[in-house]
Design a protein around this ligand. Structure first.
Ligand SMILES: *[C@@H]1O[C@H](CO)[C@@H](O)[C@H](O)[C@H]1NC(C)=O
Length: 354
């Protein structure tokens, strides 16, 4: 009796801890910097945390190799500049997969290839029209390497693909993207690949810098925002942004297409004239977001599960242009210590089953 009870308790504890280290927490590894630690150190750092996935903007072989046999899921990217070649030349797509995927998989757990970053809102008509053909050719190249279905293909969008995002139930894509968006969603739907999006409550606060907006963006106590179409009261901006995307997808008939948050984050410092960056705010946003994801409560339109979320970012990128905040999104310092604690250390949250 006592043993059975203890057994039940330990199973319960185990399952709670498993939920805490399930695979929905990822991180972006941007490399626009000249002070990054060696790939082997980064691989060790990731394994010491409850981060299960890492997104690269390119396909740096050193980091892909360093992550071999760690189980860490890896997202690699084809650059916007590769899109014309990938779209027009199936053999280029084959050699891209041959160079960047086949030598490393499956030891390195590549899970997704993102073709292009924020292409639809780039204003570059040539790239926009070549995006779906490029994605299709990468898929075809994976299929001929017998990797189709094992590794998914998608692209990453900015929130500006939405024409309307408030209230969340009225979320809809800008009809200006018409057929390209339909083509992309058709591809996502047919191949089971995710719709990847970069929601930043931080930018929402910057354009509306009131204390109540800050609390709404930081998952802190606030009055909430009522969606009068659904009578759902939203208590944080992250859920509102993700559900606006959900509504836009659903309204086009793609209820089965899954959403991935490819980037979200908050800078811990900025220039004197910037509103929002601070250690306190960054710690609140990232820490409360992680706790929200771990709670498995989901969003009002997608209850009971957590959307895969890649935090931005692993390290500061000290060579990025723009305001100071652009160089201050890092969760870890180049010496591998935490910039500030958001509860990612493995010992506190995860049981290592291996
Ligand atoms: C999505 O894919 C499913 C399964 O292949 C298909 O039955 C459905 O028609 C597709 N939906 C749209 C909107 O294309």
């Amino acid at each position: 009796m006592a043993i059975t009870f203890l057994h039940a308790v330990s199973l319960f504890v185990l399952s709670v801890n498993l939920a805490n280290c399930q695979s929905f927490i990822g991180v972006n590894y941007g490399q626009v910097a000249d002070n990054l630690p060696p790939p082997s150190s980064t691989a060790k750092l990731l394994q010491s945390t409850s981060i299960q996935k890492v997104r690269l903007y390119g396909s740096d072989p050193a980091i892909i190799k360093a992550l071999a046999n760690t189980g860490v899921g890896i997202v690699i990217g084809a650059a916007n500049g590769d899109i014309p070649g990938l779209a027009s030349d199936p053999s280029f797509a084959k050699s891209w997969v041959g160079a960047n995927v086949s030598p490393f998989y499956p030891a390195s757990n590549i899970i997704l290839i993102t073709v292009g970053n924020e292409v639809l809102t780039s204003g570059e008509q040539g790239l926009i029209s070549q995006l779906v053909p490029a994605i299709q050719n990468v898929q075809n190249a994976l299929n001929s390497a017998s990797l189709g279905g094992k590794i998914k293909v998608s692209t990453v969008h900015s929130m500006a693909v939405l024409k309307q995002s408030e209230p969340p139930s009225s979320g809809s894509f800008d009809p200006g993207f018409g057929d390209v968006m339909k083509g992309l969603l058709g591809f996502n739907n047919a191949t089971g690949s995710p719709f990847a999006i970069n929601p930043y409550p931080y930018f929402a606060y910057r354009s509306d810098p009131r204390p109540e907006t800050l609390a709404f963006c930081l998952f802190q106590p606030n009055e909430g925002r009522l969606d009068t179409n659904t009578n759902i009261k939203y208590m944080n901006m992250f859920d509102a942004q993700v559900d606006a995307i959900r509504s836009a997808l659903d309204s086009m008939g793609f209820k089965g297409v899954e959403i991935v948050v490819a980037e979200t984050g908050w800078p811990y410092k900025g220039d004197d004239n910037e509103v929002g960056p601070s250690v306190e705010n960054a710690k609140a946003y990232n820490g409360n977001l992680i706790a929200h994801l771990r709670s498995m409560v989901g969003t009002p339109l997608m209850p009971g599960k957590s959307v895969d979320t890649y935090l931005f970012a692993l390290y500061d990128e000290n060579l990025k242009p723009g305001p100071g905040s652009e160089r201050a999104f890092g969760l870890f310092k180049p010496d591998l210590t935490m910039a500030y604690d958001v509860g990612l250390s493995k010992s506190s949250q995860c049981i290592n089953l291996t």
